[in-house]
Design a binder for this molecule. Structure first.
Ligand code: B12
Ligand code: SF4
Ligand code: SF4
Length: 413
């Protein structure tokens, strides 16, 4: 059997922050939980997330015949947040994982390099050809269940995997192989009596510990949802325009990790976790404290994207400008229409009259989705010029859904 420490050392040399191993046995509990959640509508809005997919993703041998082991990997994406410039203008918020380059593009080549190394090793040492399959996020694999069983981390009540030392600020990836490897044990750590994240979620998307109601999650609403954002959710979304980190930002385990890495908040102040909370969690974090932190350059906030971009200029992005600006960013997933829809909601929530001229222009965008959300934003800001713009648009608007949005906005304004 290959010394698993050699594998872990190689993972670290590739820049991964944690590496553990589990067997390729099935994940019956995860399968049961996922089927039950699909049945209760908690995964609604993700049409690709089917029972069939869950069945396969919980059986590694359906993905690689004769699979024996899974190497699970974590890559920390904590980097310094740029200090917010010009606080007099309305700003949006982008979730941390999307400040820099798309993690899929960063992790995949490393996984490939890892697999090549493993294959060469097996060939040289035992004259054996081995098989591998690589996963990061989009593959049919239960990333979090694998990480939990391998002891890479534990399930947080916000459903994210919390790791020792990096908190939940990690991406997860796996290599499934037919190579037999000594598995690691699951961790005994858990969240204890803490429930901070459940109360912090602005939309009630965490109704119970370890349970996410996806259709209510701002991450789903801003990234995955293709159509109109439900009216009742819009006021709860604040200025979040791509993803949401609230249930991670409030997490004491994460705060300890941020402090350990010497990060500062948006105002340039050092992160200081509450003393009482730090005491409870520092033992957990410290066990990994001797590992050197190497911030991944690719995850640093990209100047063209930033972490808190000004909202009004985003509304005038053309299709080409959108493509160019978010070429390497995960934000390209929403397409222009999705991002500008989110920007309209954030501007509506800002209640800032500075946004009215840009929103008036967006009322005539070629995309009905953007026109409808611009109408809502004008209704939310209110005032005579917003009302006038809405009334004028109603005389020319031909799309029935947008007409409904405008009429509703006029009742708000
Ligand atoms: C679909 C998906 C989403 C959907 C739906 C989320 C959902 N309901 O799972 C949406 C778009 C909302 C989403 C949002 C986010 N996502 Co996402 N998402 C996924 C994806 C593709 C599948 C997740 C899945 O299988 N969900 C089904 C649910 C039922 O499974 P689960 O969450 O693992 O649930 C487990 C626990 O609830 C546990 N459990 C259940 N009951 C109990 C009871 C007890 C007592 C215990 C201990 C455990 C427990 O068992 C379940 C089965 O394993 C994975 C990638 C992948 N291929 O796995 C990424 C992934 C989970 N996402 C990730 C991230 C980063 C995010 C966001 C933080 C992004 C953002 N900043 O906006 C948010 C976080 C929202 C949140 N609070 O979870 C990371 C998480 C990394 C981590 N540290 O955990 C992953 C792993 C991607 C990656 N490869 O890095 N995501
Ligand atoms: S990501 Fe945001 S909306 Fe989703 S569960 Fe966490 S706090 Fe709630
Ligand atoms: S905030 Fe508390 S309950 Fe939520 S994941 Fe972090 S430690 Fe667990």
């Amino acid at each position: 059997m290959l010394n698993t420490q050699t594998i872990k050392e190689y993972a670290y040399s590739l820049g991964f922050d944690a590496a553990r191993i589990t067997s390729a046995a099935a994940f019956p509990e995860a399968k049961q939980v996922i089927q039950e959640r699909i049945g209760r509508g908690l995964m609604d809005g993700l049409p690709w997330f089917t029972s069939e997919r869950a069945e396969i993703s919980c059986h590694p041998d359906a993905l690689l015949p004769e699979a024996q082991s899974i190497i699970t990997l974590a890559l920390c994406y904590l980097t310094e947040q740029p200090v917010e410039a010009d606080e007099t203008k309305p700003h949006g918020r982008i979730s941390r994982y999307a400040w820099g380059d798309d993690y899929h593009d960063i992790i995949k080549p490393r996984l490939q390099q890892f697999a090549n190394w493993l294959k060469d090793y097996a060939r040289d040492e035992w004259d054996q050809d081995i098989e591998t399959r690589l996963f990061v996020d989009t593959g049919r694999m239960v990333d979090r269940a694998v990480a939990q069983r391998a002891g890479l981390g534990w399930y947080g009540k916000n459903t994210n995997i919390l790791t020792k030392g990096w908190g939940s600020w990690v991406f997860l990836a796996e290599i499934v192989t037919n190579l037999p490897l000594q598995p690691d044990e699951a961790l005994k750590a858990n969240c204890g009596s803490c429930e901070i994240c459940l109360h912090a979620c602005p939309t009630g998307a965490l109704p119970n510990p370890y349970e996410l109601d996806s259709p209510k999650c701002i991450s789903f609403l801003t990234i995955e949802l293709r159509g109109s954002i439900p009216l009742e959710m819009r006021p709860l979304m604040g200025n979040l325009i791509f993803g949401c980190d609230i249930c991670q930002e409030v997490c004491p385990v994460n705060k300890v990790a941020e402090k350990r890495l010497g990060l500062r908040d948006i105002h340039g102040k050092p992160i200081v976790p509450l003393q009482s909370i730090q005491k409870r969690t520092e033992q957990v974090a410290d066990s990994n404290a001797n590992k050197v932190f190497r911030p991944q350059i690719e995850f640093q906030a990209h100047p063209a994207v930033g972490s808190t971009p000004e909202l009004i200029p985003l509304l005038s992005l053309t299709e080409e400008e959108f493509r160019e600006r978010f070429r390497r960013s995960p934000i390209k997933r929403t397409k222009r229409r999705g991002l500008l829809r989110n920007v309209c909601v954030a501007l509506g929530n800002s209640k800032d009259p500075q946004a009215i001229p840009a929103l008036e222009k967006a009322l005539h965008d070629e995309e009905a989705l953007i026109r409808g959300h611009a109408a809502w934003a004008l209704g939310s800001i209110g005032g005579s010029s917003a009302v006038q713009a809405l009334q004028e648009a109603l005389t020319t608007e031909e799309d029935v859904e947008v007409q409904k949005e405008i009429k509703y906005a006029l009742t708000m304004a």
